[in-house]
Design a protein around this ligand. Structure first.
Ligand code: ADP
Ligand code: MG
Length: 272
């Protein structure tokens, strides 16, 4: 029995593209405010890079976008997060559904090491509660591995454990796992920080391939990487007594080539 995927809930990769936008998002851990009225529009099908020093709230911001922030004890927020024009925090909207449409890849690749490569990718479907027959599942696993740029390397060893792959391959496996459920948005929190330069390049190539197929938001400390992969960029900054704010956002070329704010200029030129 085939359970066709409900495309109304779960658009296919090549269907509609949805951007994501925040309006006046503030965040707290306990009574400590860590983000202050962050408004940003991340264009559908493009790559937006979030840059800024450690501790300015970039990871918190990503977790707010896909409703992971509320899983942290004592965490709260205000403001709006709009996906396809509707608030992901609207009453009645289930966090699990939001997380299915907005996937996340972390700094440390986190595949299930003992689980096969195939099952790692298919686990994304299972976790999302998507039932498929074998043929459809095979197709989704292959197309996700293709999209993550890993298919050629693993097509003859799909039953090998995820943990047998190199760090860079594991990261692309995690990308494939996220893609299997056809998310609208992929959030990447320093996805290359733990990788060597060659693996970093491969992940960047994957990001370039995915451009135009879904909306990507990437946090990076690597200014060259931000310029290579992103079309838009937002510079976050916090200080000991000021919560994280966006200093400046805009086209990546402009932010790096002609920053409007001196602090942006200092940061992108490594004077921070
Ligand atoms: P970035 O990703 O830019 O380095 P984070 O979003 O991780 O910044 O952190 C923003 C601020 O929130 C930091 O001051 C950090 O110490 C604080 N913070 C992050 N996570 C938690 C948490 N789970 N509990 C309390 N404070 C936190
Ligand atoms: Mg972080």
């Amino acid at each position: 029995m085939t359970d066709a995927i409900d495309t109304a809930v779960l658009p296919r990769l090549d269907d509609s593209l949805y951007g994501i936008e925040t309006r006046g998002v503030s965040a707290w851990f306990g009574d400590r405010k860590v983000l202050d009225r962050v408004s940003l529009s991340m264009t559908a099908g493009q790559v937006t890079a979030l840059i800024g020093p450690s501790g300015c709230g970039k990871s918190t911001y990503l977790r707010i976008l896909n409703r992971m922030h509320e899983m942290v004890r004592g965490a709260s927020l205000s403001g709006e997060v709009l996906l396809a024009g509707t608030d992901v925090y609207a009453a009645g909207r289930r966090p699990a559904d939001v997380r299915r449409r907005i996937g996340m890849v972390f700094q440390r690749p986190n595949p299930f090491p003992a689980m096969s490569i195939y099952d790692n990718v298919a686990s994304g479907l299972k976790l999302a509660g998507i039932r498929t027959d074998r043929e459809h599942r095979d197709h989704l696993v292959e197309s996700s591995l293709q999209a993550a740029g890993l298919w050629q390397e693993v097509s003859n060893r799909l039953r090998s454990p995820g943990g047998s792959l190199s760090g860079g391959q594991q990261q692309r496996l995690c990308i494939a796992r996220s893609l299997a459920v056809s998310p609208d948005v992929l959030l990447m929190d320093e996805p290359c920080s733990a990788l060597d330069p060659t693996s970093t390049r491969r992940v960047e190539e994957t990001i370039a391939e995915l451009r135009g197929r879904l909306t990507i938001v990437i946090v990076t400390h690597n200014m060259q990487q931000a310029q290579r992969v992103s079309q838009s960029c937002a510079f976050f900054l916090a200080s000991h007594d000021t919560p994280g704010r966006i200093v400046e956002a805009g086209p990546t070329d402009r932010l790096f080539g002609a920053p409007a704010d001196q602090r942006t200029a200092d940061y992108v030129n490594g004077r921070f």
